[in-house]
Structure formats: C-alpha cells, structure tokens
Design a protein around this ligand. Structure first.
Ligand SMILES: Nc1ncnc2c1ncn2[C@@H]1O[C@H](COP(=O)(O)OP(=O)(O)O)[C@@H](O)[C@H]1O
Ligand SMILES: O=c1ccn([C@@H]2O[C@H](COP(=O)(O)O)[C@@H](O)[C@H]2O)c(=O)[nH]1
Length: 357
C-alpha cells in the first residue's frame, strides 16, 4: 500500500496547484495510483473502483479491476479489528481452556492454575471425563480403540454442561475409568464457579467447544518429551506395558495428534513452550489477576472476595499467583477420574516435579 502511495506523489507534484483541472487530474492519477499500487496486492479483481479518500473521483474504472467501497470498507475495517475477538463479556464465569498433546504437561499446568486461583473459585473439568462408554465391546476390542480421535469423546455433552454451568447450574460430570475404558455408574457433581477450567487434548479441535472458551492456552511440548512422559505416566498410573504404550502411540496417538491436535494450536491465545514452566505460569497468572478479580467481584457469590482489592482473599490470590504455589495439599481434585489411586499418584507426581521452590 505504501509503495503505491509514494509512487504517485511524483506524478502529483508535476502539476501546478492552481491548475483548475488539477483536482480532476490528480484524482485520475490517484485512481491510477490505486490501480497500479493497490491492485498489485489483491488476489483477484473485486468490483468497481470507488473513492478511497476525500476528493478522489468516484468514477468507476472499467470492470472488473476496481476496488469498491463495499470491498474496501470491510477490508479496512477488518484490518482495524483485533485478530481475535476479545474474550466474552465479564458477566458470567471466565472459561479457560488448556489444550496440548498427550504428555505435554497440560494437566500439570491446569492444576497449577487451579491451585493458584483457589479451588473454591474454579470448576475444573477435563475432556477425558467425557470419553464414551465402551462397555458394549469385549475388553480386547476396547483397548484397541482409537482414543485420540474426536469421535471417541462425547463433546456434545461437555458443551451442554459448559453452557449449563455458565447459566449457574450444577452438572453431573461422567466418570471414566482408564483401566477398563468404561464409564463408571457414578458421576461427579461440578458446581458453577467464577472460573471454568477445561483441559484436554482435543478441546480446540471442536468448533462448538472452542466457542465456549474465552482464553485458550496450548501447552506445546515436543513429541519425544511427550512420549517419554507418557511412558512414565502410563506405566506408573495407568498400568500399561511399554509395548502397549508404544503400539498405541504409533497406531493412533501420533497420527491423531498430527491430524487434530497440532492444527488446533492455531486456536490458542497463548502458547506455552516445553510444557509447564514457572515463568509461563507466573506471567499467565499475573495477566489473569485483573480478569479473575473482576469476575469474582462480578458474580458476588459466596465465593467472591470483597471488591476491595486489599481484602484477605484477594491478597491471598495475588500471593499465590506470585509464588505460583503448586502444593496440592487437599483432595479437591478436578472432576476427573482414573480411579482413586491414580488420581492420588497423579497429584503426587505433579508435586514432585513442580513443588514451589
Ligand atoms: N515440565 C515438565 N517437566 C518434566 N515432567 C513433566 C513436566 N510437565 C509434566 N511433566 C510430567 O509428565 C507427565 C505428563 O504430564 P501431564 O501434565 O499429565 O500431561 P498431559 O495432561 O498433557 O498428558 C506427568 O508425569 C508429569 O509429572
Ligand atoms: O481409555 C482410554 C482413554 C484415553 N486414553 C489416552 O489418553 C490420552 C489423553 O489423556 P492425556 O492425559 O492428555 O494424556 C489420549 O492420548 C488417549 O490415547 C487411553 O489410553 N485410554
């Protein structure tokens, strides 16, 4: 655009300012400027050329190379818009999504957030809880399923639950057993809280889910590290053999990651490299402070701190944010089930890796 404008200046300066035809001629030259400059940047002709600025001729050039007001208006407007829509209104819960490949460290990051924000402020849900029940299949069939394809999850139910939580309703989150690949009979109540924290490998791969999320974080860790972490975790916590982990990784985890998870990164507002790290957590928490404080105040529920920023709760939150405290000294885990012992192990393993200082 700039190149087009500067080339025309020379042409315009050839004229005398008092020349009564100057204006018209200038306008024509401006039109030429537009023709030679702007059009060069456009992939295809887009309609009749109309004024681009005050005083420039409204005479359309011959079809089809023009740039219409109808075209340029929205185009220029769109350039002025932020690339991503600002987050949703502050009148409801703040919805945070943490995505990333399996083993990237998203649970670790999400739990750190959960702890730092204060569990009483956060409804923590994992997409994993919405794996479809496979009890109609024999175990040998179940374990060969593709658990990394979006169809393996009941995302419609999750979207329904998120919407209900936003309206202030409690929902019954399914409980999934990774050992048997079945849903348990019992469910887990998730109450509406000022922050809804959602985590999962495929949460940015579904449009209807993405639309429910105000802030989207992608934990981006290279595949070798993810595989090593997954091996460690699945052997320790999911009772899997090395052979079965490698087999599953090659057959489904890796190809589905490339097809669905990796491309979904483009939905993210924030990308955290190398998995969970303290600097990223601290920066993210600092940025969230204003938003969360606003939310907590806005809802005015029993969980809200005083609007006064010096209130004990608010101070506690800020202190937690600064420390990035990760101590999971409670049993208030997220609405996620891999069996009691697995959940405890998961908590302990996170503590070991990321205990504050
Ligand atoms: N930055 C890190 N450095 C080392 N190990 C990590 C890191 N982040 C996570 N882990 C470990 O990797 C394993 C997988 O992490 P997790 O947070 O469960 O990943 P995800 O939820 O993305 O599958 C866990 O055992 C966890 O303790
Ligand atoms: O029955 C199941 C269901 C899922 N998986 C695997 O779990 C991961 C997702 O969990 P992360 O905590 O993000 O790793 C996914 O890659 C599935 O392959 C499973 O093995 N069995």
């Amino acid at each position: 655009l700039l190149a087009g404008r500067s080339s025309s200046r020379g042409v315009t300066h050839k004229r005398k300012a008092h020349d009564p035809t100057c204006r018209q001629e200038d306008e024509e030259d401006d039109v030429q400027e537009v023709k030679s400059g702007f059009l060069a940047y456009l992939p295809s002709p887009v309609g009749p050329l109309l004024p681009l600025r005050h005083g420039v001729s409204a005479t359309p050039l011959e079809e089809p190379q023009g740039l219409g007001k109808e075209t340029m208006g929205p185009l220029l407007e769109s350039l002025e818009q932020p690339v991503k829509a600002p987050r949703q209104s502050t009148s409801g819960p703040l919805t945070l999504g943490v995505a990333g490949g399996s083993g990237s460290g998203k649970t670790t990051f999400a739990r750190a957030l959960y702890e730092a924000l204060g569990e009483e402020h956060v409804t923590y849900i994992t997409h994993d809880s919405y794996y479809k029940d496979l009890s109609h299949l024999p175990f040998d069939e179940r374990k060969k399923s593709n658990f990394d394809h979006p169809n393996a999850l009941d995302t419609a139910l999750l979207v329904e639950h998120l919407r209900a939580l936003k309206r202030g309703h409690t929902v019954e989150v399914p409980e999934y057993d990774f050992a048997t690949h079945n849903r348990l009979k019992r469910t887990c109540k998730a109450e509406p809280r000022p922050v809804i924290l959602l985590e999962g490998i495929l949460i940015f791969a579904d449009r209807s889910l993405v639309q429910e999320l105000a802030i989207k974080v992608f934990v981006d860790t290279e595949s070798d590290l993810r595989l090593i972490r997954r091996i460690h975790r699945d052997v320790k916590e999911r009772g899997r053999s090395l052979e079965s982990i490698v087999d599953q990784y090659v057959k489904t985890v890796r190809p589905m990651h490339l097809e669905f998870v990796e491309p979904s990164k483009r939905e993210a507002d924030v990308i955290i490299p190398l998995g969970m790290n303290q600097v990223a957590l601290d920066m993210f928490l600092s940025r969230l402070q204003a938003e969360v404080g606003e939310h907590l105040g806005h809802l005015g529920s029993s969980t809200s701190p005083d609007k006064d920023s010096q209130s004990p709760k608010r101070k506690a939150y800020i202190a937690l944010g600064k420390q990035g405290s990760l101590s999971l000294g409670n049993n208030m885990g997220p609405a996620r089930t891999r069996g009691e012992s697995e959940a405890k192990n998961a908590n302990l393993s996170h503590l070991k890796v990321f205990g504050s200082k």
